[in-house]
Write a protein that binds this ligand. Structure first.
Ligand SMILES: Cc1cc2nc3c(=O)[nH]c(=O)nc-3n(C[C@H](O)[C@H](O)[C@H](O)COP(=O)(O)OP(=O)(O)OC[C@H]3O[C@@H](n4cnc5c(N)ncnc54)[C@H](O)[C@@H]3O)c2cc1C
Length: 1012
């Protein structure tokens, strides 16, 4: 460190002019600080060493900074750069500080990185540093921090978007704001974004300029850099002293791009450079350091427990990284979503988009590859079995699969379609890489050296923790080391502390990273907390784990990983997407990926109704209420029967005596076309209309549920068979085309009761329970089933009867609710003294727990449900198992729609209308439990002659009752459901609703007689 005299300076300068850089060894021998590998960790550490008056030497083998990722940077880095600037100027005076370009502007790291006087944008780091581009600084600031949670919840797609207020950068660096607790740093938000290579160039140029300044002067160089060099990779490279300290010998390299790989050999004719023994050396050579390994350092895999039954497994995930030229801007957007494998097993995957303020060419998008994905072109059927994996066609097919998956995921995070993403220029990737968390036990390598940065350990990069831990954490510890030394602390003590702090910084990163692995809780962090498991042995031997590992291995053998790939240019030609990103959508992509069904502002709807009764009118209104709808109504009867509110808004009315035939619907639509043109939708809500409607749609070329799909729902025996084939539990059943068929089924089942009903029209009142062979025989003889008019016979399910209503968009279940019956429907039918009640509980899992919902969703998939509402009837048996008895592809009976409306505080008829007309659905939270009580009856007649107990119970229940459909004296009475008379109650608590229903069931009854 001693300054040379003037003669020495002149001599040195003269020599410097002639001596090649490598042969000029001034300032090299026995440095105070030696950095091996010149990433951010090392270069910042060198700057601290120099700022503290030490002499630093740096060795790098890959030349100029190249790291092609974009970093999210915590503000601490800015403040640290400010402190370095101050220390440098105080120690050396402005004369010995590097300059920025010809204007001789003082090189201050902090202001070059960020300043309110300059702006961010599309920069070239060297142009900014040399002050050629005097308007700009290196980093960008973050204006949008967005988290999208697109994981499916309760079996349906769900979107939660969280927008955070980004931190505002401080106008000046402030050393008082530097935090030294890495957990605190990493738990906090990022303030800046910057290209890793641009930030590294900033540090590198400062060091280079400082080296040049000193080599051109009489001062002993504060910095020496050898950037195409490495420690000799034979034992000759290390000079191990008796006291354990290590000295180094370095060689110059020639890099060859040999068969797609970078290979390095010693520069022919070059001499070894003797570094000697540094007081302190630090190895920070990235994920895998050969030098640290040669000095005996070992990293262990970190294990996490995903709580998926696999036990602790290696914290590992695969990502595809790419740089697309989309204007992500000053934005950090993260997303977590659900992917399903072929068996419906759920996997959570993450994506991140990082941009740069005012730079339309930066859209770093990283997407996680779900564990089950192989990208195997043979498995995907893109190339024939036996195709050579080394062949161009195999690679092309592999590349297509990878790019396709990447474009889809990028589309989901950027709110674009896959096709749009593919039109955008991709200048890097998508490149597959694996992230495995590893950590060492002890950062102290030798009495004079430590290992740091990623070489010591690494957590999950989605925390933006890598560069931060190395630069803000580990390098700062080097500064602390020198502060301690200045304060008189012995080297041994100071270096021990340095090593311990490197370790605790990395542990802080691992701790913060744990959240990135599903519900993963890190196990055994720290001395006891880091699980030392073998790479293979750490993985549980459960079947799923083995399958996942096999898939991953296959993926990797298809796409060998190579860190040098970061230095290669991949280019997919396309446009620069320089307009701001589309707004974040309120709906989950799974519900949008199906083309929105309505793409124009106005739409003509042909609506077919079986009658003009109030229940039908409510559904008509649901569709008619949609903005832009012009409706042609096809129904029996006359337009005059319609209430004015509907009549006035109708485009046209076509009266058809019987709407149950496709031909008649087609003809009616023909008439309607004359005034309204071709309809965009042909709709109807009645279950019995679904098949003729679908057939008519097919004939008329109108989109919607296919005729085959509609028949799946309508024909009870096909429906049961489809469900059984899909593995969904259904009652034992038989299609009955003759009396003999029915009796044979009774004999085969061998026990009673059995249920007999028409094969078409599951919800009709003409469903019978038979308790004996005689009853079965007499019923069959009365109903006379034939091939044309078959019946269905099935076992009677003992248990609680329930429903599950599902809204689907393009075949994807978007939302559900479920009800349970207080008494079995058939029991209530047979015994009028039993009142039928229904509850729609407030709790998601009551009565349809996740298993039942999965059954329901699988049933809809098997049956080919498209867009709309469906209703499944199922039973919870006494033993707790569930069995499905029916599914319709249309709204449930009226009381259930009323309950849905009440429980969700929204008009479910309109919601249904929005789904079937516009193909849109926005999830609705459940605010209440709701219940309906039908009335029990007494007496033999069919006419209501009196209603008992109603006034008293309404008084007793007060505000709990929200609607009463009171039976009218003289009104004809059929069965409890179709009579359409009931009391509706609502409350926040399900138990309160259940109790109120019991009270109504017990105390209200309708007296029937043959006359009023
Ligand atoms: C896709 C991706 C995105 C990321 N995003 C972020 C982010 O947003 N924020 C963040 O903080 N971190 C991020 N990281 C992590 C971050 O880039 C690394 O953690 C960080 O670069 C580690 O710094 P380092 O100094 O320890 O090592 P590196 O940056 O890897 O530097 C090591 C250097 O050593 C050199 N070297 C290696 N071996 C030798 C040898 N034998 N001799 C000489 N030189 C050698 C290498 O060439 C290299 O220049 C991301 C990483 C990836 C892969």
């Amino acid at each position: 460190m001693a300054a040379q005299n003037v003669t020495g300076l002149q001599e040195a300068t003269r020599m410097a002019a002639h001596v090649p850089h490598d042969e000029d060894v001034r300032g090299v021998r026995d440095p105070d600080f030696l950095a091996l590998g010149l990433g951010g960790t090392s270069m910042l550490a060198m700057l601290w060493a120099v700022a503290m008056g030490r002499r630093a030497v740096g060795i790098e083998m890959r030349g100029d900074p190249f790291l092609g990722v974009h970093w999210n940077v915590r503000a601490d880095l800015y403040h640290q750069l400010g402190l370095i600037d101050r220390l440098m100027i105080e120690r050396y005076g402005e004369d010995r500080i590097p300059r920025r370009g010809e204007g001789n502007k003082l090189f201050r790291l902090a202001e070059t990185f960020y300043s309110p006087e300059t702006t961010a944008g599309d920069i070239v780091a060297d142009e900014v540093i040399d002050n050629f581009d005097a308007e700009r600084h290196i980093s960008g600031t973050i204006h949008h921090v967005e988290f999208i949670d697109d994981r499916w919840r309760d079996g349906v797609p769900n979107r939660t978007v969280t927008l955070l207020t980004p931190p505002v950068p401080d106008e000046r660096p402030d050393e008082m704001l530097i935090r030294t607790d890495m957990t605190e740093v990493l738990d906090g938000p990022s303030t800046f974004q910057g290209g890793a290579s641009t930030i590294l160039v900033l540090l590198r140029r400062y060091l280079e300029k400082m080296e040049a300044l000193d080599l051109d002067s009489d001062f002993e160089p504060r910095v020496r850099l050898f950037t195409r060099h490495r420690v000799v990779n034979t034992p000759e490279g290390f000079d191990k002293h008796e006291d354990g300290r290590i000295g180094f010998r370095v060689e110059a390299l020639q890099e060859l791009d040999y068969k797609g790989k970078f290979v390095r050999i010693r520069q022919p004719g070059s001499k070894l450079i003797e570094i000697g023994v540094p007081e302190l050396f630090m190895i920070a050579q990235g994920f895998h350091s050969t030098d640290a390994e040669r000095l005996g350092f070992k990293q262990e895999d970190v294990a996490v427990d995903h709580h998926d039954g696999r036990g602790p497994v290696v914290a590992q995930a695969d990502y595809l990284a790419g740089l697309i030229e989309a204007y992500v801007g000053g934005r950090l957007r993260r997303r977590i979503s659900t992917e399903f494998d072929e068996e419906g097993q759920e996997f959570w995957v993450r994506q991140i988009a990082v941009g740069h303020e005012e730079d339309p060419e930066i859209g770093w998008c990283l997407v996680q590859v779900p564990d089950f994905k192989t990208f195997d072109p043979i498995r995907e059927g893109l190339v024939p079995e036996g195709t050579d994996p080394q062949s161009p066609e195999f690679f092309a097919a592999y590349d297509t699969l990878v790019y396709d998956f990447y474009a889809q995921q990028v589309g989901d995070i950027l709110e674009m379609s896959k096709e749009e993403v593919k039109k955008i220029q991709t200048v890097y990737g998508p490149k597959l890489f694996t992230l495995i968390e590893r950590v060492g036990a002890n950062a102290l390598l030798a009495p004079n050296g430590v290992v740091a940065g990623d070489s010591f350990g690494n957590g999950h990069f989605l925390t933006s923790g890598g560069a931060m831990t190395g630069m803000i954490g580990h390098s700062w510890r080097v500064y602390e080391y020198y502060l301690a030394r200045e304060a008189g602390v012995p080297h041994e003590e100071a270096i021990r502390k340095l090593a311990d702090r490197i370790r605790s910084d990395t542990h802080a990163w691992l701790h913060v990273s744990a959240k990135e692995y599903s519900e993963a809780v890190p196990i055994n962090f720290g001395a006891e907390r880091i699980s030392q498991i073998e790479a293979q042995g750490g993985i549980s031997s459960s079947a799923r784990s083995a399958a996942i590992d096999a898939t991953r291995r296959q993926r990797h053998s298809l796409a060998p990983l190579n860190p040098s790939d970061w230095r290669r240019l991949f280019l997919r030609n396309g446009k620069v997407y320089s307009v701001p990103l589309p707004e974040l959508h309120a709906m989950h992509p799974a519900l949008r990926s199906q083309q929105p069904r309505k793409s124009v502002a106005r739409i003509t709807v042909a609506f077919v109704a079986p009658d003009l009764k109030p229940a039908s009118l409510r559904l008509i209104q649901g569709a008619l209420a949609q903005p832009g709808v012009t409706m042609g109504l096809i129904a029996p009867g006359s337009i005059d029967e319609l209430p004015e509110g509907i009549r006035d808004r109708l485009g046209t009315f076509v009266s058809v005596p019987d709407v149950q035939h496709a031909e008649q619907i087609v003809q009616a639509v023909g008439q309607l076309k004359e005034t309204l043109g071709q309809p965009g939708r042909l709709l109807g809500a009645a279950p019995e209309l679904q098949v003729p409607l679908a057939e008519a749609r097919q004939k008329l070329g109108v989109e919607g549920l296919s005729a085959e799909g509609a028949r799946n729902f309508r024909d009870a025996s096909i429906l049961r068979q489809q469900l059984a084939d899909a593995g969904i539990p259904v009652p034992r059943f038989a299609r009955i085309e003759s009396v003999q068929d029915g009796l044979a089924f009774g004999t085969e089942v061998g026990y009673y009761p059995l249920v007999v009903k028409p094969n078409e029209g599951a919800w009709a009142g003409n469903t019978y329970r038979v308790d004996s062979e005689e009853e079965l025989s007499s019923l069959l003889n009365r109903l006379r089933p034939t091939e044309e008019r078959p019946l269905i016979c099935e076992e009677f399910i003992e248990g609680r009867e329930c429903t599950l209503e599902v809204i689907s968009v393009g075949g994807v279940p978007a939302w559900f609710s479920a009800t349970r019956f207080g008494a079995e429907f058939l029991v209530a039918l047979r015994n009028p003294r039993t009142a039928l009640t229904m509850t729609l509980p407030r709790e998601q899992d009551d009565p349809a727990d996740p298993l039942v919902r999965r059954m329901g969703f699988a049933a809809l998939k098997a049956l080919g449900m498209d867009t709309g509402i469906s209703s499944m009837r199922w039973f919870r048996r006494v033993d707790g198992t569930a069995v499905v008895t029916d599914v319709i592809a249309s709204p449930p009976v009226e009381p259930i729609v009323s309950l849905m409306t009440l429980a969700h505080g929204t008009d479910m008829y309109r919601v249904w209308g929005n789904t079937v007309v516009n193909g849109l659905f926005a999830p609705i939270p459940r605010l209440y439990a709701a219940g309906a009580a039908m009335f029990r009856t007494q007496g033999e007649g069919t006419i209501v002659s009196a209603v008992h107990g109603l006034a008293e119970i309404l008084h007793e229940l007060g505000d709990l009752v929200v609607e009463v459909q009171e039976p009218q004296i003289g009104q004809p009475w059929s069965d409890p459901l179709t009579s359409g008379r009931f009391v509706l109650v609502r409350h926040e608590e399900t138990a309160v609703v259940d109790k109120a229903l019991r009270r109504i069931a017990d105390s209200v009854w309708v007296e029937l007689s043959d006359h009023a």
